[in-house]
Design a binder for this molecule. Structure first.
Ligand code: ADP
Length: 177
């Protein structure tokens, strides 16, 4: 096997995605069970550009992707302008929001800021192909799944770092030129 061929078969999306082994889990948002306060805590405690939205933490089924800035703006606006939106209001990213007891605060519907088809690859996808997709589609991030379950995320910067690392290891590699 030629070096570059060997490499292209070796490095897969699972090797580049975050979280890495022993990292804390991916920061996700659930589609209809988090409160305004939960989401405010997430955007305060983390600086990620976006968050995968899942059906539930237990299922890890991907529903979409929400950008940090859209989330911050929408929650801030709702707090200021929308009647009944308080810390304990449930945020709902689905078309149909489950009915709550009459005493509960208004639901904040954020379906409109959810990207319903974020780009995904499986964990086995060779990085050569992932890099190609980032280039050709101009992606900012890509989600990684295994058997339909969300596993991780690869950002454009992760891809660039990976390319730089490969170039260092093998300066003659023409794979990404
Ligand atoms: P960038 O890679 O441009 O710095 P981010 O700030 O979104 O973009 O991501 C920083 C790092 O955290 C990247 O390595 C990325 O893979 C990872 N990451 C991005 N989003 C999340 C998330 N929701 N949960 C856990 N890790 C994430």
């Amino acid at each position: 096997l030629e070096a570059k061929e060997e490499f292209s078969h070796k490095t897969r999306a699972m090797d580049v995605m975050r979280p890495r082994k022993n990292d804390p889990p991916l920061t996700v948002i659930t589609q209809d069970s988090m409160t305004v306060e939960d989401v405010e805590t997430i955007v305060t405690k983390t600086t990620y550009s976006g968050y995968p939205v899942v059906v539930s933490r237990a299922s890890q089924r991907l529903v979409g992707f929400v950008l940090r800035r859209d989330l911050i703006i929408s929650v801030e606006n709702a707090r200021k302008k929308q009647d009944g939106i308080v810390s304990t209001s449930i945020i709902c990213f689905t078309d149909y929001c489950p009915p709550l007891p009459p005493s509960s605060p208004s639901v904040l519907k954020l379906r409109s800021i959810l990207d319903l088809s974020p780009f995904t690859v499986t964990d086995e996808t060779p990085m050569e192909i992932v890099v190609d997709i980032f280039r050709k589609l101009g992606l900012r991030q890509c989600l990684v799944t295994h058997n339909g379950k969300l596993l991780g995320i690869i950002t454009k910067k992760d891809v660039l770092k990976h390319i730089a690392q490969m170039a260092n290891q093998d300066p003659d590699s023409i794979l990404f030129n």
